[in-house]
Ligand binder design. Structure first.
Ligand code: CA
Ligand code: CA
Ligand code: CA
Ligand code: CA
Length: 455
């Protein structure tokens, strides 16, 4: 509780304080208030005859002792720190103030990461926190902290970052690549494990008939505040064989609670059953939407539908998973046999709502295509040359890294891409990153695939 604004007077050598509300005090000595130097006049000055200043000091040794016994007397003294003034039927005085609630410390170590990277296939299960800044079209990437996550079989991590508990600090969410046992971790920025869970049934355990299966064990994650309560929800997409499931969780009190789930694609639209997820308001109604895209292929997959992105508006609020639209991101002539699309959502055009950026999957030619929710193409460009990124897969993170104008697109390589990255503006023009650091060493991330997310 804040103390009332008090003026301190010196009367007969004793410190006496008079509080401003209600203002009941003797006239101030004229010498303290030269008219020409008093720009803020006292407002609501009571017009009644001022009472004499209370000359009795608070009994600081016993804050519970009443100073005056007169019922509802005027509080015109100052209470020490940790106590507060009261006035009630018994009198008035100082009493112990209620203790402020103990807030959960924000474990940020002063870091403000805006981008997070995870090792790709056959990597060493590492995360890297970074900060991108930009000024006058020149950007810097500063690597802040590398975090070792408990290894999974193929060492691939799919990260996301956001404020899950609403304390103003960011948490890290980590999904897994192939054979990752459907694991999802929540970490603080120092890498401390806050929660580990497996949202799908893990083979080798006793799965029941209605359990959600995810035989490949990959989990793709995204975070965003879907219900507008100031806390980011956690979205998990299935891996290959996982029936295109999207699960929505909230993190509270150190645990996770499932809010809902839906199937993002029919089997014919996404035979592999793997989904990538991004969050953003794509239809401009000020409610966050869930954007999902098709994943990689299975051995048996023989082509079929071109790769697609779908948008589910108000899915959480209405619990109806209303499909806003489904668009084709890459057409068959793009020669992308996997139909996989890596997603980013951001503001790249003046139109209402955010646009959807899709990065091509394996053998997709390192393409980035940006669409409006209506399916109109906004930008098309190649994020890497064939030599830079041999298999043509592009991972994306989107953010307004320089804080001005539209969002930028941060693109990283897929397998056999040597861990390279580039930054692009809304027109597909490559932006300069000064002295770009290597994100993971070749030993730590031998295939050069980098998963990336921004917040
Ligand atoms: Ca937080
Ligand atoms: Ca929320
Ligand atoms: Ca929306
Ligand atoms: Ca910008």
């Amino acid at each position: 509780m804040k103390l009332k604004l008090c003026a301190v007077l010196v009367v007969f050598g004793l410190l006496v304080a008079g509080c401003s509300a209600p203002v009941e005090k003797g006239p101030l000595p004229e010498k303290n208030v030269p008219p020409s130097e008093n720009p803020t006049p006292v407002v609501n000055e009571p017009q009644q005859t001022p009472k004499p200043v209370e000359t009795q000091q608070c009994d600081y040794s016993d804050p519970n002792k009443y100073i005056k016994k007169e019922p509802n007397c005027v509080v015109n003294f100052m209470c020490i720190r940790g106590t507060e003034a009261f006035s009630d039927a018994c009198g008035c005085g100082c009493k112990p103030a209620p203790q402020p609630p103990v807030e959960e410390p924000i474990m940020t170590s002063g870091m403000n990461p805006t981008i997070i990277f995870g090792t790709g296939k056959n990597g060493h299960s590492l995360l890297q926190l970074g900060e991108i800044k930009g000024s006058d079209g020149v950007f810097t990437l500063t690597l802040l902290k590398q975090i070792q996550v408990t290894s999974n079989y193929l060492g691939e991590l799919d990260p996301a970052m956001g404020d899950l508990n609403g304390d103003g600090g960011k948490e890290i969410v980590v999904g897994r690549g192939e054979r990752g046992n459907s694991t999802v971790d929540i970490l603080d920025l120092n890498g401390k494990l806050l929660k580990r869970f497996q949202p799908f049934c893990v083979p080798d355990t006793s799965c029941k008939e209605n359990d959600l299966m995810n035989p490949n064990g990959a989990t793709h994650v995204a975070v965003g505040d879907i219900d507008g309560d100031g806390k980011d929800e956690l979205f998990i997409g299935s891996g290959i064989g996982g029936s295109s499931m999207v699960l929505v969780y909230t993190y509270e009190g150190g645990d996770v609670r499932k809010l809902g789930q839906f199937r993002a694609f029919s089997e014919s639209d996404n035979d592999p059953g793997e989904v990538h997820i991004a969050l953003g308001d794509v239809d401009g109604d000020n409610h966050m939407d869930i954007v999902v895209s098709t994943g990689g292929r299975t051995q048996e997959f023989k082509g079929g539908r071109p790769s697609a992105a779908s948008f589910y508006g108000d899915a959480y609020k209405t619990n109806k998973n209303r499909l806003i639209n489904q668009i084709t991101t890459f057409f068959p002539q793009s020669n992308d046999p996997t139909r996989e699309v890596f997603l980013g959502v951001g503001d790249f055009a003046l139109e209402k709502g955010s646009e959807i950026a899709g990065g091509s999957g394996m053998s997709g030619g390192s393409k980035v295509n940006v669409y409006s929710v209506d399916g109109f193409g906004v930008i098309y460009f190649n994020a890497f040359t064939p030599l830079e990124n041999v298999n043509g897969e592009v991972h994306l993170a989107v953010g307004n890294f320089d804080g001005v104008g539209f969002d930028e697109i941060f693109a990283t390589t897929g397998e056999n891409g040597d861990g390279q990255y580039h930054l692009y503006d809304k027109d597909g023009k490559q932006l300069t990153i000064e002295n770009p650091p290597r994100i993971f060493s070749r030993d730590d991330n031998p295939t050069g695939e980098i998963n990336v997310a921004a917040d």
